[in-house]
Ligand binder design. Structure first.
Ligand code: ZN
Length: 401
């Protein structure tokens, strides 16, 4: 039994008041899925008074799925009672989402803790500045949620320039709406060997470790120490909408799913996935309505191509969001975008590949834009004209390819 999979977590340590370190030991084959044996996070808040059983939640949220998929038992000193229940539920949810993979392994603990009494009817919202989280903010704005922004997820830890841009974007948004921003830096992605995880498990409907498994549970778990300090009894996480070929929402197996986030809880805190019934047009519609009503110049950050924390203005997602804003009668230049001279050129040149992923959305945009073409002197005029006139239809014979 010497090579049996096993992960043993040491009690987490707080250093300098705002850094949490969680050291762990792996044995067996599961070791190859980790780059380092330390999980850490840094916050802009003092977390010295947070109990061990809450401090360990961020590490567990990111380690558990690796343990489950490899059938590994995890050993901890203390665990929060609610969180333990949540983990067991979420493990079953993953099993349902990915029936061809197996999610096994238990959490062995010495003490189970009840962490009650800190919740004060305050809420937190994960905030990346994209259409999803901005629309969720607008929907939950009466709660004045804390904004939780993470470095180490879509922007790598090493990207100082990108991080400072994202930080200033969140700060600006928080100031404009009189909110408190909370920043979390973590090695949640880099401590895992994502390459090996993808090599072993990106199959049978699981499309990548981060998107398919980690990002819902892993990100949400990071907020636990802050919820204790700030008295947040609710965490909102914006859902990622997808559009199917017949233009209706479909739920695909995805690391963010109502059966994951909505089952997460610890201490006094309950998590909710927001806006699952809304598609991207609905969300941009909510944002546009808010902008028009409040004369707001709020800035969106939607780009995943650029690691620098701003919109590249060249990728499909930037182009699609610009077109969507234009279709709502808004000027993208007022909301975080610039018209890139090369964009239209590359859209024309790579029409097929550019539009391939989100063709149903482009077709809807085409219709929506046709009566919203900006004036001929607008920098977006040619861009809109081309979208409205281009033929997205494929030939019949390759329709099902
Ligand atoms: Zn972009």
């Amino acid at each position: 039994m010497r090579n049996q999979n096993k992960i043993v977590l040491d009690p987490p340590k707080v250093r300098g008041g705002n850094k949490i370190y969680c050291h762990f030991k792996c044995s067996g084959k599961v070791s190859k899925y980790f780059n380092e044996n330390n999980f850490y996070m840094k916050l802009n808040a003092n977390v010295e008074s947070v109990p061990q059983s809450i401090l360990i939640i961020p590490a567990l949220s990111n380690i558990c799925p690796v343990a489950w998929v490899t059938g590994t038992d995890i050993y901890v000193e203390e665990i929060d009672q609610e969180f333990l229940e949540a983990l067991n539920t979420v493990k079953k949810s993953f099993q349902k989402l990915y029936p061809k993979h197996s999610f096994k392994g238990d959490i062995k603990y010495k003490k189970i803790k009840e962490n009650k009494g800190y919740g004060k009817k305050k809420s937190g919202l994960f905030f990346s500045g994209g259409a999803d989280s901005v629309a969720s903010y607008i929907r939950k704005r009466h709660e004045k949620p804390y904004l939780l922004t993470v470095l180490g997820a879509d922007i790598p830890l090493s990207e100082n320039e990108g991080w400072s841009r994202v930080k200033s974007h969140t700060n600006q948004f928080a100031k404009m709406h009189k909110l408190t921003p909370l920043f979390i830096q973590s090695n949640l992605r880099s401590f895992l060997n994502e390459r090996n995880l993808n090599k072993s498990y990106s199959k049978h409907g699981l499309r990548g470790w981060w998107g398919g498994i980690q990002h819902g549970l892993g990100l949400v778990g990071l907020s636990a120490p802050l919820t204790f300090i700030k008295g947040m009894n609710k965490i909102h996480f914006a859902s990622t909408p997808l559009l199917s070929h017949n233009n209706t929402l479909y739920s695909t197996s995805w690391g963010s799913h109502p059966s994951i986030e909505n089952n997460l809880k610890w201490g006094d805190t309950q998590v909710a996935l927001d806006g699952t019934h809304l598609n991207r047009f609905d969300k941009i519609g909510i944002i546009a309505k808010y902008i028009k009503k409040n004369g707001s110049n709020l800035q969106l950050r939607v780009c995943w191509e650029s690691k620098k924390g701003s919109n590249c203005g060249k990728c499909e997602k930037c182009a699609r969001t610009m077109a969507n804003l234009l279709s709502e009668g808004l000027n993208p230049s007022n909301h975080g975008f610039r018209m890139n001279k090369n964009l239209l050129k590359s859209m024309k040149k790579n029409k097929k590949s550019f539009m391939k992923l989100n063709k149903p959305q482009w077709k809807i945009l085409q219709k929506k834009l046709s009566n919203k073409i900006p004036d001929a002197d607008s920098e977006y005029y040619d861009f809109c004209q081309w979208i409205v006139k281009v033929n997205f239809q494929r030939k019949r014979k390759d329709f099902f390819s």
